[in-house]
Design a protein. Structure first.
Length: 565
């Protein structure tokens, strides 16, 4: 009798070997990076596969945030950093994607954002290797030096050359980005090594502790304290202080305790609450001639030397991580003492030294006082000052205002640190909408308002912004200060040629943006609350309705405000 054979069981499918792409994603997450903002291309298959494998296996990787324009991806990452202080990551498509990041990368660079910007690179090989070129663009998109496009804006750049490097490359990128002064780095990822197998588990190299920020030199702090004790008319000028709210609290306590007037010159953060008794306003010019000691804290341009400068009797002190701003090719501000340290640590050390010396100055008798704000003009149109006041009232004390030039800080009440962020000193337009979306992504419980001009909003790629707000559930309020012109271009022209031919054209040459698009109609198409406002009397109610749409209906809002100036 023939023996009946049992059917042979098919062998279980072998688990695929981890690729460098898998390792890269898990390494980013192990280094504390929670989001990967992506605008993908034909170089992304290993990344797409890596995210799919992670969903199947439960591996910890960053959350993929699809963003339909590279500039928006970088500004969203910038906003996420503003709220968390943690390094962020973005990946874009080869050279063309990298080129589209440059505007916002300039902002991130000057703002010292610890950003890991990654880009694919055209496949290296034409045949015979997994991941080799299989699209016509793979030839045309190859460059001799792709990183050369961004090298001046980043601290470090590298190309993944071997899949075994993936763990260490991520560790090195994060280390470089987070070392003081922090800043963006750039990593290119050719498709073949990124999709190649890596031996062992797809774990990550242990995160390295970034080099610590320079500590304030005790001798320099003591010298400054001595100067402050003798000064009759001291002045503090701050710009880039306050991303860490505790630093603004320290400055406020120091200023009040020792009677130090503070000017927030072109502030990027809330250096001091706007209702603080020692807040001397937003223009240093009126006080420069009389001040006998000026302490400049994290301010790249504390005054305009060609307009007004300190008197020769004044001592000038600069405090900051890089108080000389050595990445700026030319910067000639006078300095009698320079302290390289984080602002918070330097202020705490100075406060302790002044207390030790028994220094006291009556804050009520401070020599420099904030000028009274100009009375709201009774005009038939909406002024930017009135709109700024209404934006502050809509945001409330805990809301976050993200300002791309248009909000007048002196008219927008911000009583609490950590509730105001302004565009980087690089001034790349289109930033505030993306930054506000990034803030909302990492702080969904906060109410966020983005203020932007009509020209900046066009720069921001509105369709991409509305899509991201709707697709990722990021309800914010977008307020457009719409004057149908590039005000910065016009004002710069009139500052030089007001009596020339350009002045006779009212400076509108190359600055006229009329006819203005119906921005509110575009927003409506994306499911947003949308409105246009022309009359001052209508503005508070419309902004209140926009706030309600965000808080109650969980949808984003756009208010197109016509404000001629």
């Amino acid at each position: 009798m023939a023996q009946v054979r049992k059917p042979r069981r098919a062998p279980a499918a072998a688990e695929p070997a981890p690729t460098a792409g898998d390792v890269l994603l898990s390494s980013l997450r192990s280094h504390g990076i929670e989001h990967l903002f992506v605008n993908p291309g034909t170089d992304f298959p290993p990344i797409v596969e890596g995210f799919a494998r992670a969903r199947e296996s439960g591996a910890e990787v960053p959350r993929a945030v699809l963003v339909p324009h590279e500039n928006l991806a970088v500004s969203m990452a910038h906003g996420a950093w503003l709220m968390t202080g943690a390094p962020q990551s973005v990946m874009v498509h080869v050279n063309v994607g990298t080129a589209n990041t440059v505007n916002m990368l300039a902002n991130a660079s000057r703002e010292r954002v610890p950003l890991i910007l990654m880009a694919g690179r055209s496949p290296l090989t034409e045949q015979g290797v997994f991941g080799a070129r299989n699209r016509p663009i793979h030839w045309a998109q190859e460059m001799f030096d792709q990183a050369g496009m961004v090298r001046e804006l980043v601290k470090w750049d590298y190309e993944l050359r071997n899949p075994a490097q993936a763990r260490d490359v991520v560790a090195r990128a994060v280390e470089a980005a987070t070392a003081s002064p922090t800043g963006p780095v750039y990593l290119t990822l050719p498709r073949e090594p990124l999709s190649a197998a890596v031996e062992g588990e797809p774990g990550a190299a242990a995160p390295r502790v970034a080099p610590s920020m320079p500590h304030p030199d005790p001798a320099a702090v003591a010298r400054l304290a001595g100067w402050l004790a003798l000064a009759e008319r001291p002045l503090v000028i701050a710009s880039n202080l306050g991303r860490v709210p505790e630093d603004a609290v320290t400055l406020g306590r120091l200023a009040e305790r020792f009677g130090l007037p503070v000017v927030a010159q072109s502030p990027r953060f809330l250096c001091l609450p706007t209702d603080h008794p020692m807040h001397a306003g937003f223009e240093s010019g009126p006080f420069l001639a009389d001040a006998d000691l000026i302490v400049v804290i994290e301010s790249d341009v504390p005054w305009m030397p060609d307009v007004k400068a300190p008197g020769p009797q004044a001592r000038i002190v600069h405090i900051g991580e890089d108080p000389a701003f050595l990445r700026y090719p030319m910067r000639g501000f006078r300095s009698d003492l320079s302290i390289a340290a984080g602002a918070g640590a330097a202020l705490a050390a100075l406060e302790a030294e002044l207390a030790r010396r028994g220094v006291h100055r009556d804050a009520a008798g401070a020599w420099a006082r904030r000028p009274a704000p100009a009375a709201a003009s009774d005009t038939p149109h909406i002024t930017p000052e009135y709109l700024s006041r209404c934006v502050g009232e809509m945001a409330g004390p805990d809301g976050i205002v993200v300002n791309e030039y248009q909000v007048r800080p002196g008219h927008c009440a911000r009583p609490r640190p950590g509730t105001y962020f302004a565009v980087s000193p690089a001034g790349g337009l289109g930033w505030s909408i993306g930054a506000a979306l990034g803030i909302k992504l990492v702080a969904p419980e906060r109410f966020v308002v983005a203020a932007i001009g009509d020209g900046g909003f066009i720069f921001a790629n509105p369709t991409a912004c509305h899509w991201a707000a709707e697709a990722h559930g990021l309800p914010i309020v977008m307020v457009i200060f719409n004057n149908a012109r590039y005000a910065a271009v016009r004002n710069a022209t009139l500052s030089m040629f007001a009596s020339g031919a350009a002045g006779r054209e009212n400076g509108l040459g190359l600055a006229d943006l009329s006819p203005s698009p119906p921005f509110e109609k575009i927003a409506e198409a994306h499911g947003a609350f949308a409105a246009r406002v022309d009359r001052p009397a209508d503005l508070p109610a419309v902004l209140a309705a926009a706030r309600a749409a965000v808080l109650e209906e969980k949808r984003h809002a756009l208010v197109n405000v016509i404000t001629p100036y």
